[in-house]
Write a protein that binds this ligand. Sequence first.
Ligand code: ATP
Ligand code: MG
Ligand code: ZN
Length: 330
Amino acid sequence: MSEEEELYEPTIQNIIDSDLKWIFIGGKGGVGKTSTSCSIAIQLSKVKESVLLISTDPAHNLSDAFGQKFTKNPTLVEGFKNLFCMEIDPTPDQLAPEFIESQGDGFNLQEFTSAIPGIDEAMSFAEVMKLVKSLEFSVVVFDTAPTGHTLRLLSIPSLLDKGLNKFLSMQNNFSGILSAVSGMMGGNVPTAEGIESKLQTTKKTIEEINVQFKNPDLTTFIPVCIPEFLSVYETERLIQQLTKLDIDVRDIIVNQIVYPENDCNLCSARQKMQKKYLDQIEELYYDFHVTKLPLLKAEIRGVPSLKLFSELLVKPYDPSHPLVLPNQEK
Ligand SMILES: Nc1ncnc2c1ncn2[C@@H]1O[C@H](COP(=O)(O)OP(=O)(O)OP(=O)(O)O)[C@@H](O)[C@H]1O
Ligand SMILES: [Mg+2]
Ligand SMILES: [Zn+2]
């Protein structure tokens, strides 16, 4: 093995061995983000004290993958002692009811959110992050929604930072009116000071998160792709955008690689097509850890299947010993 190959091993062992706090998994629809997130979380749970897997995809699939119902609160995954899942919806009314309630009856969310575009999503994300931070998991894995949505989510910290500054400076102009109204109504209307102090707290959380997401010792993003034109193209675009956002990428997972059996024509043709993109990936990402995963004969559902699949993340796949899933038809 050459020195270079040793440096960039074709597994995610580097992630397992790290002290990362936030690991994002992303990519095009259907490439295997959820299967990979679950598998990474399973491998991490072997060596970390506690692991939280969060789905930020409104079309949640963690429940489907594990065959267990999850909610917006961390729930222990059956068959594990330290692996928890939660599914969040980045919409304000579902995510931040405490925040909205704490503003009192006079608080008009719609008015507030129309003042700063994107603030609703941002506030929701801030509330989730505040909760997640307070729970002190060793590491948090995010199973994200397809690319566009995820990039927006990741740009939230800077977006919210700007928005809040604007809002807080606006606030000065009508704080007098607000407190006068509040006095007239016996203090039932939220005071400008009340809103402002709440926003200041949120701003502090967001600033902390912003710093952490940009720190490669704490945060990394793992793109998942399949060896096909559209997916490889989108991965490159994703990596460029993440670089612009100062978010680290050091691993790439290539999923659904076809290994033909018994001279099958279809599989051989697909293998040939995939080889072209696998070569491109190798060339383009020579300084990344590129982990290759095989296309299996069955879906990867349920804890036993996910556990088996997850082993392939740390032990390169050997096509001469095909992996047989427990739920696979013989
Ligand atoms: N290597 C593989 N071999 C066989 N089946 C796979 C493989 N990877 C994923 N699958 C199956 O393909 C389907 C899609 O995978 P998965 O849900 O992980 O993708 P996703 O990127 O999260 O999709 P979405 O964009 O819809 O969230 C699932 O049924 C999963 O079990
Ligand atoms: Mg998914
Ligand atoms: Zn075939």
